[in-house]
Every structure is written in C-alpha cells, then in structure tokens.
Write a protein that binds this ligand. Structure first.
Ligand SMILES: Nc1nc2c(ncn2[C@@H]2O[C@H](COP(=O)(O)OP(=O)(O)OP(=O)(O)O)[C@@H](O)[C@H]2O)c(=O)[nH]1
Ligand SMILES: [Mg+2]
Length: 335
C-alpha cells in the first residue's frame, strides 16, 4: 500500500511535443543502423524500424505514467480526502484514463502501420510512415491537456506527508503552547519534517522507541473549526484519519497568548469533534505553581500530565502511558 500512495514515484510529465521529438529522433537514428543488400528491402526495413522505435518510446512512457501514478480508488480513505483537497480527483481519474487510452491507441496504430508498410509498394513507404507519424502525433495532441493537468497534480501531490502504519498520536493545541518542544523532548531525536503541499507549513513526525508515531501539527487551531482554510482543513483531516489518540497541550503559563479559559474551550471543542482517546499535558509548569492549575487539572479526565518541555520534567509517566498499548507484546492493531 505504501508504494501505491507515493506520488514521488510518478514520472515528470513533459509536454507532448517533447515526447514526440524524442521518439522521432530516436526513430531516425535507429533507422541509420539498418542495412540490407537489396536497396528496396533496406528502405522497407528502415521505415519499419522507425515506426517500431517511435512506438516503443511513446508506449513505454505512457505505460510508465499509468503504472507509477497512484490510483485514487486504491488509497486509504484519509489519503483520498487529503488528495481531494489538493486536486480535482475526478479529473485526475479521467486524465489517467486518457493516458491509458493513448497507450492502447498508439500500440494499435503501430500494428496497423507496420502491416501497411509490409504490404506496400516501395514508392509509398515514406508516405505511409509519415502518415503514421501524423496520426501518432494527433493521439498525443488529443491528450495534451491531460498531460498538463497530471503534471500539475504531480507537483502538488509529491510532497504530501507520509506516515507509517503504527500507533499515531497527534499533538494538538493553540499556537506557541510548546507542541514542537514536546515532540522533541518525547522523541529525543530531531523530528523528521514533512511538507504540506502549497504552503510553507510543515508537519513534524517523531517516534518513541519505534512503536509510537507522534505527529506535530503546525499552530493551526487558533480559530473555531468552521473557519478553516484548505491547509488547516488538511491538518484537521490528518487528525481525524491518522490519530489513534490526541495529545492536547495546554500552556499552563498562558505565555502563548491564550488564556486557560480559551484553551479549555478549544479542548472541549476538539473532544466533541474527534472520537478518539485524549491525553492532556499541562506544559510550561516551570512557570506556574501547582495550585494555580488545580481547577483545570480536575476537568480534563484522568490521562493528564504536568510537564515542562523546556526543563524536560514530567515526561517519563507520559512516555510510558503513550507506549503502554503499542509495545510489541500488546500490539493488536498496529503491526
Ligand atoms: N518556560 C517554558 N517555555 C517553553 C516550554 N515549552 C516550550 N516553551 C517555549 O514556548 C515557545 C513555543 O514553543 P513551540 O514548541 O514552538 O510551540 P508550538 O506549540 O509548537 O508553536 P506553533 O508551532 O506555533 O503552534 C518557545 O519559545 C519555547 O521555547 C516550557 O515547558 N517552559
Ligand atoms: Mg510548532
């Protein structure tokens, strides 16, 4: 499945004239290698060689596009939804269908014209081959817009974030609460950074002992859920489809610029929206006293932790909790 949804495998889709130029010049070159004692026979073989070579290059290229382009129908649902935000999914299917059609049509043309060349009078050979070139060019001309469209899709989709199939915890919360700092502290290593298409925003992915995947979304959740733009929606969809758990981060010190009341209301909104287990972290506890936190601490369920990402304090219990149902002995769904 991973291979099928890697848009990086798609070949660059060149303008159709470039493919034709390449095919016809390779055809001319290949024909120069042909020689036969009988001059008439040589001309026939040369023309056959041209048709064959041009067809091989064109069909190989078209088939490569079809084979290496991920098929929308075979993708997991969350991926299809993200793809639909980036491109016109129906047009994508049609354009891929058009390339498949062109590959079949090109094969058919070469068979027809090779037959014609074999049975034709010597004086007609050149004309027949150029008729073949004309018809082959027209097949690619007909799908020129599909080429442009697919190339545009490739450019947009090649950078879609990739995730592994394992327990996935998405870190969420207002901007500046310390989500990225927590990812770094929890996973130790520098996270692997994945770009979102059309934007400078990135998602960061880190791993706890190879068993838990942590996804850090950029500071998106600063508006209520109905006012999102496309990029924000992508992150929300990723949350919806990827997460086995959401780790909601509060900035207990409020230095992020959002009050605890505002943060609590986002937390409640997310609890309503996402039907997955939540764990809650009160971060920046180095800046506040425990008493100040009490009234919020009791409102967030039992999976709650007080930490300081800056000082690397309070993480061992949280780490154990996140690992608890993902370790190999307990793995049920993630292998
Ligand atoms: N005092 C203190 N500062 C912290 C702590 N954790 C993070 N910070 C600081 O808070 C600021 C924001 O941290 P980030 O980790 O970038 O926050 P973020 O939630 O990823 O921010 P966005 O990506 O914009 O949503 C940085 O200046 C951090 O150094 C903490 O535990 N204590
Ligand atoms: Mg961040």
């Amino acid at each position: 499945m991973e291979d099928q949804i890697d848009f990086r495998r798609m070949p660059v889709i060149h303008p159709y004239k470039k493919i034709l130029d390449k095919a016809y010049s390779a055809a001319s070159e290949a024909s120069t290698t042909v020689s036969a004692q009988n001059k008439l026979l040589e001309i026939r073989i040369k023309e056959l060689k041209r048709v064959e070579t041009a067809n091989e290059i064109i069909c190989d290229y078209l088939n490569k596009i079809v084979e290496r382009t991920p098929h929308v129908n075979l993708m997991p649902q969350y991926y299809t939804e993200i793809v639909s935000l980036a491109i016109d999914k129906e047009q994508f299917k049609k354009s891929l269908g058009a390339v498949r059609w062109a590959a079949e049509k090109s094969k058919e043309l070469s068979t027809t014209y090779k037959k014609k060349l074999k049975g034709a009078q010597a004086r007609d050979l050149g004309r027949i081959r150029s008729e073949y070139y004309g018809r082959q060019s027209s097949v690619l001309h007909q799908i020129r817009r599909d080429f442009t469209f697919l190339e545009d899709c490739r450019a947009r989709l090649k950078n879609l974030p990739k995730f592994k199939e394992m327990k996935t915890v998405v870190i969420a919360g207002f901007p500046n609460v310390g989500k990225s700092s927590m990812l770094k502290t929890l996973t130790g290593a520098e996270p692997n950074i994945q770009p979102y298409p059309f934007t400078t925003k990135h998602v960061r992915v880190g791993y706890i002992e190879k068993y838990v995947q942590l996804v850090d979304t950029p500071g998106l959740l600063d508006r209520s859920l109905n006012k999102r733009n496309v990029i924000e929606l992508q992150a929300v969809l990723a949350l919806q489809y990827l997460s086995d758990m959401i780790l909601f981060v509060f900035d207990a010190s409020e230095t992020c610029g959002y009050t605890m009341v505002e943060q609590m209301s986002l937390y409640k909104e997310m609890k309503r929206e996402f039907d997955v287990p939540f764990a809650v972290c009160f971060n920046k506890c180095d800046l506040v006293s425990g008493d100040e936190l009490d009234k919020y601490y009791n409102k967030v369920g039992t999976n709650r932790y007080q930490v300081s990402a800056l000082k690397n304090e309070g993480f061992s219990k949280l780490r154990d909790f996140l690992l608890a149902d993902a370790l190999p002995s307990k793995k049920k769904f993630y292998q």
